[in-house]
Design a binder for this molecule. Structure first.
Ligand SMILES: [Zn+2]
Ligand SMILES: [Zn+2]
Length: 305
């Protein structure tokens, strides 16, 4: 399973219809929370994501992206959580999150493991690698790529038998693309028995940023790019001034990255109820499918085959 649930799609300030930044990404046994703006835990209840979060990944430490984590970890503690929680973020994550999440007077029921990340890090999780890249905002910020592991190709048992490979451990080796040596010394190559590895899915989330060359580079070939889009063409100057992106710029990033699909989020309040302009402007730059996220929107990412 790879499912995204948009918990908050408003930038800077909430509206009646849109909460502050928060995105639930469920992948296999992992449940990631990308940013955790004020009110995120209530949105999780509302949209039924569950509280079984395995890691929180922050893009940066502006208040509209982290305030919700204070209350969320307290709720988890009241519910008696025991499993440690990994929390990732760019500098100054270590010092900042220490005070923010662990500075309460009551101890938590579980351990919080704070990881300060740098662009270029590769964080191994169950079935995927998380790859932070350097975005361009007023403060230190990263975007996050979730790169699913490649899956073994289709295995043909009849071909293995034909080649004289006994069922068991050696089949497993072949399945993982490794040649095996039979008891008689003959080597059997996997290519004749198992099809090539199947590419893993790739999802990228920018967080707040100006359009920058690092984004298409880091997110190349994404099945889905979630790009911030605070403004429309009319506020292009304001986007530069506040280090955000316009819908057109987000569209250009998706095109340059060769993304299969684009979702826009982090909207200025002026587009709250009518994001049509943003959609139109992004579509002029990017030929693939574009959507403007709304709170509660679910995006399922099936395997290509
Ligand atoms: Zn923001
Ligand atoms: Zn910001």
């Amino acid at each position: 399973m790879l499912r995204l649930t948009f918990l908050g799609t408003s930038g800077a300030m909430p509206t009646a219809a849109r909460n502050l930044s928060g995105l639930s990404v469920r992948h296999g046994r992992e449940h990631y929370l990308l940013d955790c703006g004020e009110g995120t835990q209530r949105q999780m209840i509302r949209y039924g994501t569950g509280f079984d979060v395995t890691a929180i990944c922050f893009t940066h430490f502006h208040a509209d992206h982290y305030i919700g984590a204070i209350g969320f970890v307290r709720t988890l503690s009241m519910l008696g959580r025991e499993r440690p929680l990994d929390v990732y973020g760019p500098a100054p994550a270590r010092a900042f999150l220490q005070g923010l999440l662990l500075g309460g007077t009551d101890p938590l029921s579980f351990e919080i493991r704070i990881h300060e990340v740098r662009p270029g890090d590769a964080i191994r999780r169950d079935g995927a690698t998380l790859l932070p890249w350097a975005t361009q905002h007023r403060i230190t910020s990263v975007g996050w790529v979730l790169q699913e592991d490649a899956r073994p190709g289709r295995f043909h048992p009849e071909r293995a038998r034909e080649a004289g490979v006994p069922e068991g451990e050696l089949w497993g080796e072949l399945q993982h693309g490794r040649p095996v040596t039979l008891p008689g010394g003959r080597v059997v190559e996997p290519a004749s028995i198992v099809e090539p590895l199947r590419r893993g899915r790739r999802v990228a989330v920018t967080g707040d940023t100006r359009p920058c060359p690092a984004t298409p580079e880091a997110t190349r070939g994404s099945d889905l790019l979630v790009h911030e889009c605070t403004f429309g063409d009319g506020e292009a100057a304001r986007a530069i001034e506040t280090t955000h992106s316009t819908a057109r710029e987000a569209g250009r990033m998706a095109r340059e990255a060769g993304a299969a699909r684009l979702v826009l989020t982090h909207l200025s309040t002026r587009y709250d109820t009518d994001p049509g302009t943003l959609l139109a402007q992004a579509t002029e730059e990017f030929a693939g499918p574009v959507e403007v996220a709304r709170d509660g929107m679910v995006v399922e990412m099936p395997h290509a085959e």
